[in-house]
Design a binder for this molecule. Structure first.
Ligand SMILES: [Zn+2]
Length: 232
């Protein structure tokens, strides 16, 4: 059940029979040749497809996240860690107030990890409400499928290039990206990040055949569905 296609009376009826909610967490940040909204598009879509046969409520995505390293790429917006955690707190408080008791944050962006740490602290203050943070793209079965298809995969590479994240009229280079080795220095930010990451794909091909992508998607949807449905 998509909240965007429901009214409050329908949510009230839903809560008489189910107490699960899913919130997709995304980011608006450089994804090389792909949409700046890639993380939000993927988190929301995998959540919606996973929840559909279960009838579980899926909220609209939180489409901004924590991405300070990409601020030199135009179109990237980053929330401060303190802002982000405050937003997640308000969302969880509101869900609990509505009567939701089992909440899955389907996360599409590694930088949003503080939401997971915070969720555990929040649970300790809210007995009777459970929260899971599910990093859909690096969950065990999905990550194994990525590596079965092609070991060279990372941020903004082929593994995020689906028919629903690529842009009309944009053709990425055919060559795989191999960035120079880096030691264990400080994280790169600002123009230093842009100088090192170039267009923004961290590793590997920009695109693979759709058959590979649909096979990966099938695994991701099934794995996300299991997280929503079981182990509460
Ligand atoms: Zn991404």
């Amino acid at each position: 059940m998509r909240i965007a296609e429901s009214n409050w009376m329908q949510v009230e009826s839903y809560l008489a029979n189910d107490d699960r909610a899913v919130i997709p967490l995304g980011s608006t940040e450089q994804h090389a040749y792909l949409s700046l909204a890639t993380d939000s598009i993927l988190a929301e879509r995998v959540a919606v497809e996973a929840a559909a046969p279960l009838g579980v409520a899926v909220f609209p995505a939180l489409t901004y996240g924590i991405t300070p390293y990409f601020l030199a790429y135009p179109g990237t917006l980053s929330l401060r860690v303190s802002t982000y955690v405050a937003i997640v707190r308000d969302m969880l408080d509101s869900l609990a107030q509505s009567g939701f008791k089992r909440i899955v944050l389907v996360n599409g962006h590694g930088g949003n990890a503080p939401a997971g740490h915070f969720a555990i602290e929040w649970m300790a203050d809210h007995p009777g409400v459970q929260v899971k943070l599910h990093d859909w793209w690096r969950a065990p079965r999905t990550w194994a499928k990525v590596h079965e298809i092609d070991n060279a995969a990372s941020h903004a590479s082929w593994m995020e290039n689906f028919p629903w994240t690529r842009l009309a009229g944009v053709t990425p280079p055919a060559e795989a990206v191999a960035l120079p080795e880096r030691g264990s220095g400080a994280a790169l930010v600002g123009m230093a990040a842009r100088a090192y990451y170039g267009a923004g794909n961290f590793m590997g091909l920009h695109q693979r055949p759709d058959a590979d992508m649909l096979a990966l998607w099938e695994v991701a949807v099934a794995e996300t569905r299991a997280v929503i449905d079981t182990d509460w």
